[in-house]
Ligand binder design. Sequence first.
Ligand SMILES: *Cc1c(COP(=O)(O)O)cnc(C)c1O
Length: 366
Amino acid sequence: MIPFVDLVRQHASIKTELMRAVEQIVDNGRFILGDEGAALERELAAVCGVAHGIGVGSGTDALRLALTAVGVSPGDEVITPAFSFVASSTTIVMAGATPVFVDIEPDTFALDPALVERAITPRTRAIVPVHLYGHPAPMDRIMALARAHRLAVVEDAAQAVGGSWQGRPVGAWGDAACLSFYPTKNLGACGDGGMVVTGQEEVATRLRRLRHHGDSGRYRHVELGTCSRLDEIQAAMLRVKLRRLEAWTETRRRIAARYRTVMAGLPLTLPVERPGARHVWHLFTVRHHQRDALAKALADLGVGTSVHYPIAVPDQPLFSATGRQWPEASRAAREVLSLPCFPEMSEGEIEEVGAAVRAACERIDG
Ligand SMILES: *Cc1c(COP(=O)(O)O)cnc(C)c1O
């Protein structure tokens, strides 16, 4: 059986260093807002090409606090893709605003800039582009629209740390960008964690306050904040992994390149890397008109798969938005299937997945 993802293998390869990092924090006794978190903030801000990083409790908190920090408030509308993980939209509601769902481009699954323009109203305050699966959204066009209409941009970079668009890192385009350290992400903690990166000093200052009870220093609370910090143990473990991130990303890119070669010509739609994009392949997601049959055939052949995501966001029971259509988002929800794509896969496993996908396609068509 080839698992869809295997964190045990990742941790086995670096266990001594991870445990040493944990031990160091236990020994020094500083667990919240210490040197490891500050160092990780500096290191990830540098990866994203900006000046500031603010560690928080999750990617979800990163998004909702960043939206508030860039000025989103009750009554505002925020444009977000109709196809993503649900937190890209629920965090807009948490910030008091209304998500306005816009359909996606079918090849990259990113916000379609032409449709973004049509969705802008006098109440629109911000745009949340998502770099889904690790492929960057077309940030040049999204930023041009945002500037023309004076909108804030918060990048959902939860799946895309290390990626870039037109040579500029994911995270360096918007007013702020959000990272998730959910364990299966490309840079995953051993628990929950997240970070906002931003080039803007005022946004960074506001976020440091929001994550810590609205405290401007010395128990002086100037606004309603929350309690959402990235703890020192997670930060120390993440720093061990961050040293490998670039090598892991290169391995993901090699796996994706190999898959695209061996699966070329099969009756399924392969994921693309647009010219100008550096895709970090958080997920290698194919499309097939009989997705469920393909997943079943692959399971029978011993290959684990997963569906990201089976329901378009506005079609979720939580939203059940009516009146408008998101044809590409709805079609993606019916067709997508993610294949194993993690740096610890063996060469043999990569070839086996390729062979299994070929056999599964034949089985479905035959
Ligand atoms: C994982 C993820 C989030 C949320 O991150 P958590 O750390 O799980 O809260 C938000 N958006 C996208 C696109 C994600 O993949």
